[in-house]
Write a protein that binds this ligand. Structure first.
Ligand code: UTP
Length: 457
């Protein structure tokens, strides 16, 4: 115990050291175990540089529009990319990681976000839909396609139990894995002191989706992928059921560009849409968050009237495995961001005001660090309908409407008459693409109520 308190004191955390010393028995043990698990050198560096001795934020380099591979507009480019991606799948070069460690605060759902029932007809969960897409891709390309989920300490047990309860959604249990992302403590904005959520508990929260690199390194996921000869890791967010796991076009575009990291973008719907845009900043590919994009750039339009900064990031990326390994090993340093947040703490006086600084790393910060990147556009209505909020934009209602509209378009493209507003759900194991429906749905099908196309028996 005294070794631990010495370490805390040496790290400038006298207050926490005193709290540990003031406790006894089991309560003291629990707090001490959490303190011992901290990455103290990292926490000390963050507190020093981002709280106690904070320098003004570095200026952005000049922001310019991104160079985008507009696959959405080029059928030939799409076909070529698709062929390359399909071959990579058949050659077992691809793995999928689902980012599912977030807290889902805006949705306010009392369980991991992936358990949210989203299927417009079936109420299948987000997890079920993603797992079905993985299963369909394995079947169609005869590939292993390892499927990993990144969870966080607060939702890992529930996530694992949900997959087990649903018999891994039909996937072989040996081919689905979870790894838990790291956490970082919230600190006092004035003093940099580490905060406690309860007498025996630090105020810990997930270290951001950028934590994926360290977490994949710690859990030996990257080593496992290397042994299997996998060199493309596609990462996708749990809250977007329109995204196709291991999308062959995206993987093909990433490989054709010989990129270390690629980003899937879709057109923003309005200048004000709260979506990070892809740009070049100081000559490097980067994501500019909507809060950081100057108003005149947000509203800037090209000669054809379209938004100059239209390329909204979907948060879907392809990573070259060795690039991910260089970040995981610390050879390439990912920056951290500070956010002023309201955090429940043991000695909280004002339950409303932001009372803490949280530190988070973001995946997209790896983009400017990559030797080569690709920014790939696909049609928004085909690939992007996230569930972020309980109501309004990006909510379950808008997401289900987008799922039905896409299913309706795929059926219409195959000769079926689809009434406006039809409630239609296509299981990814039935079709992942309009072409998969070819010859499999009767053109005289009458849709006069909710319809679900289930996986083939
Ligand atoms: P968001 O930034 O939308 O966060 O995450 P969120 O936790 O889902 O929701 P809010 O902001 O609290 O309302 C985008 C994706 O990144 C994952 C999320 O699970 C989601 O798939 N994520 C986010 C992580 O895996 N870890 C994190 O620390 C943060």
């Amino acid at each position: 115990m005294s070794e631990l308190t010495d370490q805390l004191e040496a790290a400038g955390q006298q207050r926490l050291a005193a709290s540990v010393q003031a406790l006894s028995g089991e309560v003291q043990n629990r707090l001490a175990m959490q303190c011992a698990a901290l990455d103290l050198p990292l926490v000390t560096r963050l507190v020093q540089t981002m709280v106690r001795d904070r320098q003004p934020d570095a200026q952005h380099g000049e922001i310019r529009p991104a160079v985008v591979d507009r696959l959405a507009d080029h059928p030939d480019g799409r076909a070529e990319a698709r062929a390359v991606g399909e071959q990579a799948l058949r050659d077992n070069r691809v793995a999928v990681v689902l980012l599912a460690g977030g807290q889902g605060t805006r949705l306010g759902f009392d369980a991991p976000k992936g358990m949210f029932p989203i299927g417009p007809v079936t109420m299948h969960s987000l997890f079920a839909i993603h797992a079905a897409g993985v299963g369909a891709t394995r079947r169609d390309y005869g590939c292993d396609l390892p499927f990993w989920l990144m969870t966080s300490p607060g939702n890992d047990a529930d996530t694992v139990a949900f997959f087990e309860k649903h018999a891994m959604f039909g996937l072989d249990p040996r081919t689905v894995g979870t790894f838990v992302q790291g956490t970082l403590p919230a600190v006092d904005p004035a003093t940099g002191d580490i905060l406690r959520a309860a007498p025996d508990q630090l105020a810990l929260s997930p270290d951001g989706h950028g934590g994926i690199f360290r977490a994949m390194g710690h859990a030996a996921v990257l080593g496992d992928l290397e042994e299997r000869g996998i060199d493309v890791i596609m990462t996708m967010q749990v809250d977007n059921p329109l995204m196709r796991p291991a999308d062959p076009e995206l993987i093909g575009a990433h490989l054709m560009a010989q990129a270390e990291m690629s980003t899937l973008v879709v057109a923003k719907t309005s200048p004000e849409e709260r979506m990070g845009v892809m740009a070049t900043v100081g000559g490097r590919t980067a994501l500019v968050e909507y809060t950081d994009l100057p108003k005149q750039l947000e509203e800037a339009r090209d000669a054809d009237g379209g938004l100059t900064y239209w390329a909204g990031s979907t948060g879907v990326h392809c990573l070259d495995r060795s690039f991910a390994m260089r970040i995981a090993s610390g050879q390439i340093d990912l920056p951290f961001h500070r956010a002023e947040k309201k955090v429940a703490t043991v000695d909280d006086s004002d339950p409303q005001a932001p009372n803490a600084i949280k530190f988070e790393a973001f995946m997209f910060d790896a983009l400017p660090l990559a030797a080569r990147t690709a920014t790939v556009e696909m049609a928004r209505a085909e690939r992007f309908a996230p569930v972020k909020n309980a109501e309004g934009p990006d909510s379950p209602d808008t997401c289900r409407a987008a799922m039905c509209a896409r299913a309706g378009r795929w059926l219409a493209a195959n000769g079926v008459t689809v009434p406006d507003g039809a409630v239609v759900e296509i299981d990814p194991r039935f079709a992942q693409d309009p072409a998969d429906l070819h010859g499999r749905v009767p053109t005289d099908l009458v849709i006069d109520g909710p319809v679900y196309f289930p996986p083939p028996a």
